[in-house]
Design a protein around this ligand. Structure first.
Ligand SMILES: Nc1ncnc2c1ncn2[C@@H]1O[C@H](COP(=O)(O)OP(=O)(O)OP(=O)(O)O)[C@@H](O)[C@H]1O
Length: 238
């Protein structure tokens, strides 16, 4: 059974009209996306700027609601849930990382990585153990007491990754996770993600502008004209 089944997904934004008395302007971002993602898959999602990659990822992770259509996670329609059910889905099943790491500057790497478990009221010792395990896994076992300002860009993103993995999500959604990093550091994060996918079997959807990363992943999707197409963009005719 697929982990994610997306059917007829539509997302339309209504913008206030430019002139009073006119109807609102409709921005049709997703125009009927159909997609299955199997457990353990590692998928790249590319597409031009403004094609709706972040919008799609946010809907997959229930950070945003679709205008129409359905997302089923492990067979259950996620948008059939009430607000508490959606929050539980986001907290228990999904981990997120973004281009900006959103770490809290006054807290150490360990404290940042412990945060999700503490928010979920896990016992402090258990939360700490889970965070240390994940910091070790991302190669930061010797940086646990550093604050974000005392870490490199790549290390900061690794802490964000450890924080995202702390609650053992089955699905990791990554929105341009290496967008702020230099090529060598980005490559290190890519290798780490591939390693975590292989070792832990976490399903991953990674939005990226990085063609090399996208090419290196087992499956590559592209958003075009509001729909998903498989594979890279066709090379321009010469
Ligand atoms: N809250 C919103 N209200 C209105 N329009 C929005 C809103 N959020 C996004 N959009 C529009 O939806 C379209 C898709 O945005 P989105 O951020 O998903 O694209 P993207 O492919 O992730 O772009 P990028 O690669 O530049 O990050 C854009 O045209 C954007 O202007």
């Amino acid at each position: 059974m697929p982990m994610l089944e997306v059917r007829g997904l539509v997302k339309t934004y209504l913008m206030a009209p430019e002139h009073a008395g006119r109807p609102p302007r409709r921005v049709e971002v997703l125009r009927g996306v159909d997609l299955d993602i199997l457990p353990g898959e590692m998928v790249a999602l590319t597409g031009p700027s403004g094609s709706g990659k972040s919008t799609f990822l946010n809907v997959l992770g229930a950070l945003d609601v679709p205008t129409a259509g359905e997302v089923r996670f492990e067979g259950e329609a996620i948008f059939g849930r009430d607000e508490a059910g959606l929050a539980a889905f986001r907290n228990e099943a999904v981990g997120f990382i973004f281009q900006s790491h959103h770490l809290l500057p006054e807290f150490t790497a360990l404290e940042n990585a412990t945060m999700p478990a503490l928010i979920r009221r896990a016992p402090r010792a258990e939360a700490r153990r889970a965070a240390l395990e994940m910091l070790d896994l991302v190669g930061l076992g010797d940086r646990t007491d550093h604050r974000p300002g005392e870490l490199s860009g790549g290390e900061q993103q690794r802490v964000a990754l450890a924080r995202a993995l702390c609650l053992k999500p089955r699905l990791l959604l990554a929105d341009e996770p290496t967008g702020n990093l230099d090529p060598a550091t980005a490559e290190g994060i890519h290798r780490l993600l591939a390693d975590l996918n292989a070792r832990l079997g976490i399903t991953m959807v990674i939005v990226t502008h990085n063609e090399q990363l996208a090419d290196a992943l087992p499956r590559r999707l592209r958003l075009s004209a509001g729909r998903i197409v498989q594979g890279p963009a066709a090379a321009p005719a010469v």
